[in-house]
Design a protein around this ligand. Structure first.
Ligand code: E4P
Length: 216
């Protein structure tokens, strides 16, 4: 399973890259706003750092506007994946951009039926938001299971990118279901490393090592 970091914070991306386990980055308008920086500056810096897929989202909600913005974003680098909302216009733009050879990530997906539309439009990625579904008492991972099954039934090439992940068990559940990608906040990526027995075991090994003659 691929790991993307879900952030527009360049410092977080740098730290995640240093671990050697990062495959790409997803951003959205809210994450960019959180940085307090200009989108132009943030995306340029991310594209300099990251060689894997980087999702950059359109903000014009018209079909023509999405095509214009999508094409301009795609020009910024071969890593760019154009992020489009799961609206009628977004799906039509997904089909048009896909036909031009531009990679797309259809976002704000909450149902398997929406995911089917994105696959039919040739999306590179579909982003179902599991955390936001869980927030409204709907089983986010159940939606992932349905999408994985449906895509498998028909051999769709669209990759399931599990989004809005909130804790390590979302990542484990997504991997068990065979989802292609998880996009994960930096804090949750960091949490994946943690286990108290790892810390205790390491402390004991170091303590014992100090007793080995000739070591300190
Ligand atoms: C996905 O690409 C979205 O940017 C993101 O995962 C949304 O997460 P949130 O529900 O925590 O805002």
């Amino acid at each position: 399973m691929k790991f993307f970091v879900d952030t527009a914070d360049v410092g977080e991306i740098r730290k995640a890259l240093a671990w050697g386990i990062l495959d790409g980055v997803t951003t959205n308008p809210s994450l960019v706003a959180k940085t307090g920086r200009r989108f132009e500056d943030v995306r340029a810096e991310i594209l300099q750092l990251v060689s894997g897929p980087v999702s950059l989202e359109v903000t014009d909600m018209t079909f023509d506007g999405m095509l214009t913005q999508g094409r301009a974003l795609a020009e910024l680098g071969p890593q760019v994946v154009v992020k489009l909302p799961l609206t009628r216009e977004g799906i039509a733009a997904c089909k048009a951009l896909t036909d031009e050879g531009i990679r797309t990530n259809v976002t704000l997906c909450f149902t398997a039926s929406q995911a089917l539309l994105a696959a039919k439009a040739g999306a590179t990625y579909i982003s179902p938001f599991v955390g936001r579904l869980d927030d409204v008492s709907t089983d986010g991972m159940g939606v992932i299971a349905d999408i994985v099954q449906i895509y498998g039934n028909y051999g769709y090439a669209t990759q399931v990118l599990v989004a809005s992940t909130r804790h390590p068990m979302h990542i484990v559940a997504a991997a068990k279901l065979g989802a292609h990608v998880c996009t994960v906040p930096y804090k949750v990526l960091d949490q994946l490393f943690n286990h108290p027995l790892t810390d205790l075991g390491n402390a004991q090994f170091l303590k014992d090592w100090a007793k080995v003659p000739g070591q300190s």
